[in-house]
Design a protein around this ligand. Structure first.
Ligand SMILES: [Zn+2]
Length: 397
C-alpha cells in the first residue's frame, strides 16, 4: 500500500487531472518510502505502465522533487535503468516549536533528513505572544538561511504549541501554561511560506506514526512535559474532535477535590504528573534541565525522587484508565520529555491500568523520539503535504 497514512484530506475530483495528481503522489510516496528504485520497480509497485510512470517521473524531476542517481551520462538523462531518489534539495518542511521554556526550529528535506536545527532556552510562561513569535521567527530565519545554502526551499511552516488550536489551524484558543487566549499566531508570522499551527501532542503523535519504530495504526500518544497532552490515532488517522480539542489528558481529573489547575478545574492529571508537580514532589525547584537531574537521582536510588515518579505513574494510570476503557487502543505510547523517566514511571502506571481496565492490559511503549517528537512532527507534516500533492508544490513554486 502506498496510500498516505495521514489525516483526512479533501478528495481530489475524479477527473483526468485529479487522477494525474494522485498518481504523482503515489510515485513520490513509493520512492520516499522504499527508494531509490528504478522506473520499472515504481511501475510494478503502483501497477501502472512503464510509459505512464516515466511521464510522471519526468514531471517530478523537472519540478525538482525527484533526482536520478547513478553515472551521469550527458544526453542520456532519463534512461530507464537508472535509480530514482527523492531530491535532497528543493522543497523542504520547516518545523517550529513554542515550548513553555524553549523555542526550536528545524528544516527537514523530502527524504526526511533534518538538515538544520536551532533552539533557544527562554521562559515563555506569561510572555505576550508577539515577542515570543518574534524570537521564534528569528530561529526560523536562521534555519531557513542554513537550508537555503544547501538549495532547500521551505514549502511551509508548521508550529507546535502547548495549547488548544482552533480548526482554522492558526488560532491558539487557550494555552494555560503560556497564559495565551485566542491568539492568531498565523497573523503574527510572515505570510510566506504558508503557516499551520497545531497542538504539540498531535504533532508528537503524528511523528510517532510516521517515524516511530513500532507504531501501530491504533494508539494513544501521551506527551508528558510541563503540560500533559495526548493524541488518539485510529486507523492511522488523528482523532481531532469536533472543535479540534481532543486529547486534553492533562486536564482529566485524577482527584476531583485536588489542587486547582490553570485550566480552571481541580485535581487534574497535570497537577500530579506534570513536570513541575513531579519536581516539587521530588523536592526540586522547577527549571531548565531538571528532567535530566530527576533521571540522575532516580538512577542513583534517591528515594524521594523515586517515590515522586511512582506517584506520577499512578496518576497517569488513573487518568489513562478512562481513555483505555473507552477507546481500546492497541498501545499507549509514552512520549515527551518525561519519557526519559519511563523506567520509574511505568511500573506504577502499568499496575494502575491493569487493575482498572476491563479487558486484558493494554501494551505500553516508550517513544524513541522523546521531546523531539512535536518538532519533527511539525516539519514532517509539511513534507507529507508535499508528498501528498507534489503538483500543488510544483505550481506554487
Ligand atoms: Zn486542568
Amino acid at each position: 500500500m502506498t496510500a498516505p497514512l495521514h489525516e483526512a484530506r479533501s478528495g481530489t475530483p475524479d477527473t483526468q487531472q485529479g487522477m494525474r495528481r494522485r498518481n504523482l503522489s503515489r510515485v513520490m510516496h513509493t520512492i520516499a518510502a522504499d527508494g531509490p528504485m528504478s522506473r520499472a520497480a515504481v511501475a510494478s509497485r503502483i501497477r501502472l505502465t512503464r510509459a505512464a510512470v516515466s511521464t510522471l517521473v519526468d514531471e517530478l524531476i523537472r519540478a525538482g522533487l525527484l533526482e536520478e542517481l547513478g553515472p551521469e551520462r550527458p544526453g542520456r538523462v532519463g534512461r530507464p535503468g537508472s535509480a530514482l531518489a527523492v531530491s535532497r534539495s528543493g522543497p523542504a518542511g520547516v518545523g517550529a516549536e513554542v515550548g513553555v521554556d524553549h523555542l526550536a526550529a528545524c528544516v527537514v528535506d523530502l527524504r526526511g533528513e533534518v538538515r538544520a536545527r536551532a533552539e533557544r532556552h527562554v521562559s515563555n510562561r506569561g510572555r505576550a505572544p508577539e515577542p515570543v513569535v518574534d524570537d521564534l521567527a528569528a530561529l526560523v530565519r536562521q534555519v531557513s538561511e542554513e537550508a537555503d545554502r544547501e538549495g532547500l526551499r521551505p514549502a511551509g511552516i508548521t508550529v507546535a504549541v502547548p495549547g488548544l488550536v482552533a480548526r482554522d489551524s492558526r488560532t491558539v484558543v487557550r494555552a494555560p501554561n503560556l497564559d495565551w487566549h485566542d491568539t492568531d499566531l498565523g497573523a503574527l508570522l510572515p505570510a510566506k511560506p504558508p503557516v499551520t499551527v497545531d497542538n504539540e501532542a498531535n504533532l508528537g503523535a503524528l511523528a510517532e506514526l510516521w517515524l516511530g519504530e513500532r507504531a501501530p495504526g491504533d494508539f494513544v500518544h501521551v506527551s508528558a512535559e510541563i503540560g500533559i497532552g495526548a493524541a488518539v490515532v485510529v486507523d492511522g488517522r488523528l482523532l481531532r474532535g469536533t472543535r479540534g480539542f481532543a486529547g486534553e489528558l492533562g486536564h482529566v481529573p485524577v482527584h476531583p477535590e485536588g489542587p486547582p489547575c490553570a485550566c480552571g478545574g481541580q485535581g487534574c492529571l497535570e497537577q500530579f504528573a506534570g513536570e513541575v508537580a513531579v519536581l516539587r514532589a521530588a523536592g526540586l525547584d522547577p527549571g531548565e534541565g531538571r528532567v535530566g537531574l530527576l533521571a540522575e537521582r532516580a538512577v542513583s536510588g534517591d528515594r524521594r525522587v523515586r517515590s515522586a515518579l511512582r506517584e506520577a505513574g499512578t496518576a497517569m494510570g488513573i487518568a489513562l484508565t478512562g481513555t483505555v476503557n473507552l477507546l481500546d487502543p492497541q498501545t499507549v505510547v509514552l512520549g515527551g520529555a518525561l519519557s526519559r523517566l519511563a523506567p520509574w514511571l511505568l511500573p506504577s502506571l502499568e499496575a494502575e491500568l491493569e487493575r482498572r481496565t476491563a479487558g486484558p492490559a493494554c501494551e505500553i511503549a516508550v517513544s524513541q523520539l522523546g521531546s523531539e517528537g512535536p518538532l519533527l512532527g511539525a516539519a514532517h507534516s509539511v513534507v507529507r503535504a508535499v508528498l501528498d500533492d507534489p503538483a500543488g508544490v510544483a505550481h506554487s513554486a
